[in-house]
Design a binder for this molecule. Sequence first.
Ligand code: NAI
Length: 420
Amino acid sequence: MSTYEIKDRALAFRGAQKIAWVRDHMPLLRAIEEQVTALPPEERPLAGVRMTVSIHLEAKTAYLCQVLAHAGATVSATGSNVLSTQDDVAAALAASGISVYAVHGVCDEEYYRHIEMSLEHKPHIIIDDGGDLVHLLHTSRPDLATELWGGCEETTTGVIRLKALEAQGLLKFAMVAVNDARMKHLFDNRYGTGQSTWDSLMRNTNLIVASKTVVVAGYGWCGRGIAMRAAALGASVIVTEVDAVKAIEARMDGHAVMTMAKAAPRGNIFITATGCKDVITTEHMLLMADNALLCNAGHFNVEVDVAGLAALATSHHEARTNIEAFVLPNGNRINLVAEGKLVNIAAADGHPAEIMDLSFAVQYHSVLYLLEHHSALEHKVYDVSAEIDERISKEVLAAWGITIDELTPKQADYLVSWQW
Ligand code: NAI
């Protein structure tokens, strides 16, 4: 029987509408749903499997949970960031029979209590986003780790944490690095974060992007997407980096490259996407122009020194929904979006549905991989196989109505030959 702790069950209608909308735009997940629901319950691939999913609880992820349930799993769901949980979606998910523990905007203590409640379902397989679920399984609830077959990690920061656990020999179960699949990070991190960061900034500020100077910290997969879309909207882009090769790449892509200290007085909009901490400090903020806009697209709210900003400011007030204006001792205002939390998810709807369709197809096939192979897996971080990437890429082309050329046998031979 499902249980839940959500804001308000009466919000379910609006949440169900949101899920129905994304379902229409997620052809790969829909095909999986159609395939599994054609089978009798006992023959469904995840029949008898208990799963816990900790992920930004909005419409696309809710649909993933429903597809896993259609495939036979008993699913418990929780959030992976208090601001990204959408209460109407959580209500719709609970109404559809899934156990849900998530409420938008609760304190950290409640957030972790909800994760613990979701784990009480004693999962065989978990899906994590950022590593909070895995962290609890290695700290306060190691007893529950023993029953686990393994799990999947959705994002770069989560994979970094897993590899750190693995390197110290502390990882308690097998994990699949879904983020590192080509069909995930090439599209989700780059085009998903690229579009949704600007969607969030435009809807929250109602300001023009063209003519602005945008400073993007980090030129990894997310930073590349954010910078590319900023340039397309007419902004001048400055990139800050700590990796020389990525810095050169940013320069070759047409962006200015400099240190954050040099970029600080030049920028109008600052976006961090590094997965690192203390990228924008109070020293930088004091160099910024009046009304600079600060936000973070990296997983944790440690990239902008939010506590330092609050301590430095002489006053602060809500400037608009999701924007807090801090007045500095020099009289300049700093506008912080979404408390420095994931700007595209905490203050908007996250990635486009079509993008998450690819990421969640990778998640689904990785779950099947764990189901099939878990007894042979060690306590390590596993890559998604090339076969899964290839299979999903072909399904995407088919769903999008795109055909591409195929190598002739002669061409295939030529490409692996040293004679010509
Ligand atoms: P990545 O590893 O591809 O890129 C990170 C880049 O930041 C690297 O090029 C690195 O050299 C650079 N960097 C590290 N420390 C820096 C510093 N102090 N100053 C300047 N640059 C620095 O990682 P990816 O995939 O781009 O992810 C970045 C963050 O975004 C992670 O926390 C990840 O979990 C998160 N993420 C957020 C999404 C969203 O929806 N907002 C979606 C996917 C990932």
